[in-house]
Design a protein around this ligand. Structure first.
Ligand code: ADP
Ligand SMILES: Cc1ncc(COP(=O)(O)OP(=O)(O)O)c(N)n1
Length: 265
């Protein structure tokens, strides 16, 4: 079984962050591991408190995993602060890895800053160039590039700007735009559109985390980037389609839409 690693924050409600990543890694058939950067007190109604872990424990988690179970692919989500970013960058430098998927998490759907605003520059300067693929939503891409994004042409302009920072690929997610759910994969030799009909669903907590960890899992399983994104898009679309009401706010997507529960009873 291929090992996959997420470096991200904990979401106590289980719909986003580390919990979404581990569920997705497992549902796709990889062995999920985690390095926790911060703990959020969060439910379907919002984020209420965040406590960051020390950079020392972040570093140690990465070291002990790499020294024992080197991951086939890594995903980075909520990194919280400049101090944690620098620790992740310095620690990962010591190891070999091929696939680093960076979801540049900044603000939750409920409006809470999961990345301290002053850490944005460090995420751009240090983490983006290390990534195999960066997966910003439109708000994050606007923050990174200062390009206003309203349509696919704007996604292309902003995506190319992000590409020039150094990652191999950029997946511009269009979940926040109107109309179809269109994502655009941009590389030096690739421009590919992934389109699905917009689903009218309330429960979309954790969509971004889930898509980026699905892509991570498919890369670990050996798919090339175009196919990994295509399979990731199918996975997230089905997870949204099969999402369910739990809690009183925006509920989670269904990470295990592909499991036949009759078979495991
Ligand atoms: N209502 C929807 N129907 C279908 N796909 C959606 C919907 N909302 C988001 N998506 C898809 O979910 C993925 C995550 O996108 P997005 O919501 O933009 O990310 P984030 O959660 O980081 O803000 C993308 O593939 C996007 O196109
Ligand atoms: C701990 C943690 N990490 C990331 C997020 C953001 O997740 P995302 O997939 O963008 O979904 P929403 O929260 O925006 O629905 C999070 N909420 N918590």
């Amino acid at each position: 079984m291929e090992p996959t690693l997420t470096i991200a924050g904990s979401d106590s409600s289980g719909g986003a962050g580390i919990q979404a990543d581990l569920k997705t890694f497992s549902a796709i058939g990889t062995y999920g591991m985690s390095v926790i950067t911060a703990v959020t007190a969060q439910n379907t109604q919002g984020v209420f408190l965040v406590e960051e872990l020390s950079s020392e424990i972040v570093k140690k988690q990465i070291e002990v995993i790499f020294n024992d179970i080197p991951p086939k692919a890594i995903k980075i989500g909520m990194v919280s602060s400049s101090q944690i970013i620098k620790e992740i960058v310095n620690t990962l430098k010591k190891y070999d890895y091929k696939y680093l998927v960076l979801d540049p998490v900044m603000i939750s759907k409920s409006g809470y800053h999961l990345l301290q605003p002053e850490a944005k520059m460090n995420l751009i300067k240090y983490l983006i160039p290390m990534a195999y693929i960066v997966t910003p939503n439109t708000l994050e891409a606007e923050e990174i590039t200062k390009v206003s994004i309203k349509n696919i042409e704007d996604m292309k302009i902003a995506g190319e700007k992000i590409l020039s920072i150094g990652p191999k690929y950029v997946l511009m997610k269009g979940g926040h735009l109107e109309g179809d759910a269109v994502d655009v994969l941009i590389g030096r030799d690739i421009f590919k559109i992934y389109k699905e009909r917009r689903l009218i669903k309330k429960n979309t907590h954790g969509t971004g985390c889930t898509l980026s960890s699905a892509i991570t899992a498919y890369l670990a399983l050996g798919y090339d980037i175009e196919r990994a994104v295509e399979l990731g898009k199918i996975y997230i679309t089905q997870a949204i389609k099969n999402s369910f009401d739990i809690g009183n706010g925006v509920g989670p997507v269904n990470h295990f839409w592909n499991i036949d529960y009759e078979k495991v009873k």
